[in-house]
Design a protein around this ligand. Structure first.
Ligand code: URA
Length: 433
C-alpha cells in the first residue's frame, strides 16, 4: 500500500496492520515521508485513536528507533518513576536519591517544563553548576557510582519520539491518551529499567483534569509497559492545588532538600513515600507497602537520602554544599507579600498558579525560552487552611517590582476564599496495577 493510503486508512477509522504502521514510521525516520504527512497521520490518530495492537506497534517502533540501554541487576534493581506533570511537583528530586539510598538504581531521564507545569531539568539546573546534558558513558558511570543519575533526553534514546513530539506540539495533537502513552512508555522502556511507577496527576493543575481519562491513561501505560517486560504500577494523585508550598525552580530545590532532611510539606512527603513504596515492593525489596514506607521514611529522617543527593549533585558538576546550605541557591532580588483578600477557607487553583509562575519567568511559553531559576511563589498557607483577611498567604519572588505586581494580579484569581472548606477527595486517588 502507498504511504498516503496508510494515512487515509487511519483517517477513515480503519485498523492498521503492524507492517503498515511500521512502514509509515520507518519511512518517516529515513526521510521518505514529510513532516506534513506525518502531521496528518498524527491528527488522524488523535481523532480516531489507536487500538491496543497499533499502540504496541507504535511504542515498539519508538523504542527501536534508538538504543535500548541494558544494565545487569547485580548492582541493584533498575527502576524509574514518571509523572505526567503538575505544579510544584518536585517529587523526582527527593525520590531518585531516596531510592538509590534504598539500594535501587535510578537512571532517570526527565524533561523541561512546558505550559503551566514545571520540569525536573529546569529545577536541577537551578543548582549552581549542575549539568543535565550528559553522554551515555558518563550517565552509566554516575549511575554505578551514586546509584542514581538525572539527565535530559539524549539523541540515542527514542529519537523517533523527539521528532513526533515536535510535530504534536505545533499541531494540537499532544493531549491524546494513546500518543502520550506510547511517548512516555517507550522512553522509559528504552532506559533499560525493570520496574516503573507512574504518577498520573489528575485535577485542575494537571494535563488530565478528568479522573476517568486519567484512570484510562494509567491503565493504558501500565499494560503497555507490562507488554514490554517492565513491571509497572500507577498512582492517580490529586493536582487541584500545588504540591508542597514552593513553586519555582530554586524554591522547589530548597523544598526538596527540606524533605530529604526529614521535614518538608506533608503532601510532598506523602506522594514521595507512596510512589517509592510501590517500587520497593515491585522489586521485592520490601514485604509490603507499609514496610517499604517505614524504611524509606527512616532514610529521610536520618539524613542519609540527603547525603545521597549531595553526592549526585557533585557527580553531575554541581555545588554539593547546597544540600547543607540551601542559601547557596540563587535567589530573586524582589520579594513581595501577597495578603489574604478576606477571611475564610483557602483554596488554591494549581493551574492558575502554574500559569502565573510561567509569566513570572519560572517556566517557558515556547520551547526556546530561557527560565529564571530564582522566581516563583512561596505559599505560607495551604489549600484547606482557615485564613484571616490581610495575613500574608504568599511571598512572591520576582526579578523586579513590575513582575511582582503582575504576579499579584494573577494570584487574585488563583486564590479563593470561601465560607465552606474546599471539597477534597484525598491525595492518592487510586492505584492501578
Ligand atoms: N510527556 C511525554 O513525554 N510525552 C507526551 O506525549 C506527553 C507528556
Amino acid at each position: 500500500m502507498l504511504l498516503t493510503g496508510i494515512i487515509e486508512k487511519k483517517r477513515d477509522g480503519g485498523h492498521l496492520a503492524p507492517d503498515e504502521l511500521e512502514a509509515l514510521l520507518h519511512a518517516y525516520m529515513e526521510g521518505g515521508l514529510a513532516d506534513y504527512q506525518m502531521s496528518a497521520f498524527l491528527m488522524a490518530a488523535f481523532i480516531r485513536g489507536l487500538d491496543p495492537d497499533e499502540l504496541a506497534t507504535l511504542t515498539r517502533a519508538i523504542i527501536d528507533s534508538g538504543t535500548r540501554l541494558q544494565f545487569d541487576e547485580v548492582g541493584g534493581p533498575v527502576v524509574d518513576k514518571h509523572s505526567t506533570g503538575g505544579v510544584g511537583d518536585k517529587v523526582s528530586l527527593v525520590l531518585a536519591p531516596l531510592l538509590a539510598e534504598a539500594g535501587l538504581r535510578v537512571p532517570m531521564m526527565s524533561g523541561r517544563g512546558l505550559g503551566h507545569t514545571g520540569g525536573t531539568l529546569d529545577k536541577l539546573e537551578a543548582i549552581p553548576g549542575f549539568e543535565v546534558s550528559v553522554d551515555l558513558d558518563r550517565f552509566r558511570e554516575i549511575l554505578d557510582r551514586v546509584g542514581c543519575a538525572m539527565i535530559g533526553q539524549t539523541k540515542e534514546i527514542a529519537p523517533l519520539d523527539g521528532r513526533l513530539y515536535a510535530l504534536r506540539d505545533v499541531t494540537g495533537t499532544v493531549p491524546s491518551p494513546p500518543l502520550i502513552a506510547a511517548s512516555i512508555v517507550s522512553k522509559k522502556v528504552a532506559e533499560g529499567i525493570g520496574a516503573l511507577v507512574l504518577d498520573v496527576k489528575c485535577g485542575r493543575g494537571a494535563f488530565m483534569t478528568d479522573e476517568t481519562r486519567a484512570r484510562g491513561l494509567a491503565r493504558t501505560m501500565v499494560d503497555l509497559a507490562a507488554a514490554e517486560g517492565v513491571r509497572a504500577t500507577a498512582l492517580l494523585t490529586a493536582m487541584d492545588a500545588p504540591l508542597g508550598c514552593m513553586v519555582g525552580n530554586a524554591l522547589e530545590v530548597r523544598e526538596a532538600i527540606e524533605t530529604l532532611r526529614g521535614g518538608g510539606p506533608t503532601d510532598l512527603r506523602e506522594v514521595t513515600l507512596a510512589l517509592g513504596a510501590e517500587l520497593l515492593v515491585s522489586v521485592d525489596r520490601a514485604t509490603d507497602v507499609q514496610d517499604a514506607r517505614t524504611r524509606l521514611a527512616a532514610m529521610l529522617e536520618s539524613g542519609a537520602a540527603l547525603g545521597r543527593f549531595a553526592r549526585l549533585i557533585e557527580a553531575q558538576g554541581g555545588d554539593p554544599r547546597v544540600a547543607d546550605d540551601p542559601d547557596r541557591l540563587p535567589s530573586a532580588p524582589v520579594r513581595a507579600p501577597f495578603g489574604a483578600p478576606g477571611s475564610g477557607w483557602l483554596d488554591i487553583h494549581a493551574g492558575r498558579v502554574g500559569l502565573a509562575s510561567v509569566e513570572l519567568g519560572a517556566g517557558r511559553q515556547r520551547i526556546e525560552d530561557a527560565v529564571d531559576p530564582t522566581v516563583g511563589f512561596e505559599f505560607h498557607r495551604v489549600a484547606g487552611d482557615r485564613v484571616s483577611e490581610g495575613e500574608t498567604l504568599v511571598t512572591i519572588h520576582a526579578a523586579d517590582a513590575s513582575g511582582a505586581a503582575t504576579a499579584a494580579e494573577r494570584l487574585d484569581s488563583a486564590v479563593e476564599i470561601s465560607e465552606e472548606p474546599p471539597a477534597r477527595c484525598g491525595l492518592i486517588l487510586e492505584r492501578v496495577a
